[in-house]
Ligand binder design. Structure first.
Ligand code: AMP
Ligand code: GLY
Length: 424
């Protein structure tokens, strides 16, 4: 079996690691991969944005499957072009990727499918957007409709803040063209949950539910980031709740996508707000695996991942996967100055011996000069798997303390909500 993973972050390191664990003999490629992936797969020096060369490489190496990590190449049509070249791909078409790439489209799909989601209105005109804000109750959420690296949603406590945010997005083009259309939403109350559903377009297999921490500071405060850590499973996400998510969110969405001529194949990521009454409200959909949740979710899949991805890619019935009964906690180690102005170049020292059950996934490192160095915002993601949540949390933290690099930024409270819920 030959598999190509597209991307080069912590999520892709976890994907390659999980594929390698299941298929010790397979030929694995990663494009472009990273220094951590190099020991597990052959790196192809092709950017995830270079669609022409990715397709040429997939054809040249006659791969049996392509797994696409990031959203941008999907939105740009990578999966469509691979399918046209008869290469099985786990990832949606450009049209289906609109479920992430256009929040306006996603809201429209949810409304048609009667999926619970916050009330909203879409604007391309700043004056009209501001007029809307003034007549709707605080707090409000202002979102750039297009792709903004997970940073395009701003929760605004007051009308004034919403007005300022709209001016930044629509007037000053803070998110470029992604902010030309904005979605203004009502504020949802509850607890967030990330649900990853592998789908062949019709049916779903739900992977262990996760929670991530988007804010920089402990206690979920401070600026939004790409994600500072995650854990899985989440104890309040019972089988009954996940069944409800499947019935009320995932399946109706898939049916609506199919109806629109945009069947969704790949990983449908539902970012949910679970209300106090148990209703799963959709905050957003993503069209790919989440980062850093993937680094906590995949280590809990003990078998059957490859057949599942292959079946989904081919539109075949989905086989079951075997799930671990353990818990996983992932802590991100970021560079000094993250998220505004991360410093590159800090030399990283990872001890030979880390606590049991710990795996270090590289998010953005470089060893071009022979020394492993921080090369961007999120540098490493450190996952611990253990029999209990508490033990996994303790080991992830312990390992993060042992890994050294100047200026490292990290949260010591990943999973604090779960810690408050479970004695173990
Ligand atoms: P998004 O980029 O849409 O996932 O939003 C980023 C974060 O903003 C989410 O993880 C939530 O914490 C928050 N958020 C977004 N939309 C809403 C909403 N309608 N109500 C409450 N919080 C929201
Ligand atoms: N963890 C959030 C995301 O991947 O978008």
């Amino acid at each position: 079996m030959k598999i190509l993973v597209v991307g080069g972050g912590g999520r892709e390191h976890a994907l390659v690691w999980a594929l390698r664990r299941e298929l010790p003999e397979a030929t694995l490629y990663a494009a472009p991969g990273n220094a951590g992936i190099a020991g597990l797969a052959t790196l192809l020096p092709i950017a995830a944005s270079d669609l022409d060369r990715l397709i040429a490489a997939a054809v040249e190496h006659a791969v049996d499957l392509v797994v696409v990590g990031p959203e941008q190449p999907l939105a740009d049509g990578l999966a469509d072009r691979l399918r046209a070249a008869k290469i099985p791909v786990f990832g949606p078409s450009a049209k289906a990727a609109q479920i992430e790439a256009s929040k306006a489209f996603a809201k429209d799909v949810m409304t048609s499918a009667k999926v619970p989601t916050a009330t909203y209105a879409t604007f391309t005109d700043l004056t009209k957007a501001i007029a809307h804000v003034e007549t709707h109750p605080e707090p409000l959420v202002v979102k750039a409709s297009g792709l903004a690296a997970g940073k395009g949603a701003v929760v605004c406590a007051t009308h004034a803040e919403a007005g300022t945010t709209l001016k930044e997005m629509m007037g000053d083009h803070r998110f470029g063209a992604a902010g030309d259309t904005v979605v203004i939403e009502g504020f949802l109350v509850g607890e967030e949950l990330s649900v990853f559903a592998v789908t062949n377009g019709r049916e779903v297999r739900i992977l262990p539910p996760a929670q991530d921490h988007k804010r920089l500071g402990e206690g979920d405060t401070g600026p939004n980031t790409g994600g500072m850590g995650a854990y899985a499973p989440v104890s309040f996400a019972t089988p009954a709740l996940l069944e409800r998510v499947e019935r009320e969110v995932l399946l109706p969405t898939l049916r609506e996508m199919e109806k629109r001529g945009a069947p969704f194949i790949g990983l449908l990521y539902a970012g949910l707000m679970i209300a106090p009454d148990g209703t799963p409200w959709v905050i957003e959909f993503n069209c790919r695996f989440g980062d850093p949740e993937t680094q906590a979710v995949l280590p809990l899949i003990e078998g059957g991942l490859v057949p599942l991805l292959v079946a989904a890619a081919n539109g075949d019935p989905l086989p079951p996967v075997s799930l671990s009964t353990q818990a996983a906690v992932t802590t991100v180690l970021a560079a000094e100055g993250y998220p505004e102005a991360p410093k590159k170049g800090a030399a990283i020292a990872i001890p030979e011996k880390l606590p049991a059950g710990v795996t270090v996934f590289h998010a953005d490192t470089s060893d071009a000069d022979g020394t492993l160095r921080a090369n961007g915002g999120r540098v490493l993601t450190v996952t611990a798997v253990a029999p209990t949540f508490r033990e996994a949390q303790a080991r992830s933290k312990l390992a993060c303390g042992m890994i050294e690099f100047p200026g490292k930024v990290w949260r010591r409270d990943i999973g604090w909500r779960e810690a408050g819920r479970t004695g173990t």
